[in-house]
Design a protein around this ligand. Structure first.
Ligand code: HEC
Ligand code: HEC
Length: 232
């Protein structure tokens, strides 16, 4: 390996050689977990995700009826917090609890790696949407109460751990929102919970209808016919 590297180096000049060494260091960091430089280990993230895929599917796009959320493309900080909350019992999720999922999520490293893996998957092109009955009111409510945190287009924020809600399934959004309003997600953002206390179910329906139609950036969405190559 070294001999081959040296021979290649002769043809590359010093700068090329340094770049080559950096590339080799990067490659080896990946295969050994990459913990030293704080980079996530995506291979390990995939290994963890193989257990989750039984429910969340190989593409992690969830289901249009909203039983399962779109996880692909969600900010890693958000996924990691949700997993930690579910583990700690701060978020009721009976369907996820009894499963092997929690044995394989054995610590912060597994959580960070699977979160990084999911955040890099392209989002499904076709999420479940609402009936489209009063989108104008939904738009006004969103602009007035939500955009300040979740972003103009529902893009959320990795740095502030605010969920991406664009491209998410309508029924999932409605359920989570009501659970936050009603205090069932005990580790929700207290400021959000305070602001939405007065929302009626009818408000929630038009609001989420609007949100379910916010489109993610094209670069984040899978091309037609895409299947996750990690599972082929
Ligand atoms: C037995 C089925 C099942 C398994 C296995 C499972 N999940 Fe889930 N998961 C669910 C369901 C159902 C929900 C939605 C629960 C709800 O409505 O609150 C969910 C919710 C989530 C959420 C919350 C998403 C959000 O935006 O609010 C995350 C993150 C998640 N799962 C990640 C994982 C990971 C990672 C694994 C594997 C380590 C996993 N799940 C294994 C069924 C499962
Ligand atoms: C003060 C900032 C703030 C405001 C205002 C706010 N949110 Fe949130 N929202 C958050 C944070 C932070 C979370 C993640 C909470 C957690 O960790 O459980 C969240 C979670 C959510 C979720 C659950 C997403 C998921 O994947 O589990 C939905 C849906 C949501 N917000 C919709 C809205 C809507 C619609 C509005 C406007 C009526 C709104 N939020 C207002 C900060 C905010």
């Amino acid at each position: 390996m070294i001999g081959k590297t040296m021979k290649t180096a002769a043809g590359l000049g010093i700068l090329g050689f340094v770049l080559l060494l950096l590339a080799l260091a990067g490659a080896s960091a990946n295969t050994h977990g990459g913990k030293e430089n704080g980079e996530p280990d995506l291979k390990h993230g995939l290994a963890v995700y193989k257990v989750c895929a039984a429910c969340h599917s190989t593409e992690a796009w969830g289901s249009k009826d909203g039983d399962f959320p779109m996880l692909a493309g969600q900010h890693a900080s958000v996924i990691a917090k949700q997993l930690a909350d579910i583990r700690a019992g701060n978020r009721d999720n009976p369907s996820m609890f009894p499963f092997a999922a929690f044995e394989i999520l054995d610590g912060p490293r597994s959580i960070a790696n699977v979160a990084a893996y999911l955040s890099r998957l392209p989002m499904g092109p076709d999420n479940g949407k609402g009936p489209g009955t009063d989108l104008e009111r939904g738009r006004r409510l969103y602009g007035g109460y939500c955009a300040g945190c979740h972003g103009k287009n529902g893009e959320g924020s990795q740095n502030r751990s605010i969920p991406r809600i664009q491209g998410q399934h309508f029924a999932y959004l409605v359920r989570q929102f009501k659970w936050i309003r009603d205090g069932k997600r005990r580790n929700a953002n207290p400021e959000m919970a305070r602001q939405i206390r007065g929302f009626t179910d009818a408000d929630v329906a038009v609001l989420m209808d609007y949100v379910s139609r916010l489109r993610p950036d094209k670069a984040l969405v899978a091309p037609p016919g895409w299947r996750n190559p990690d599972f082929q």
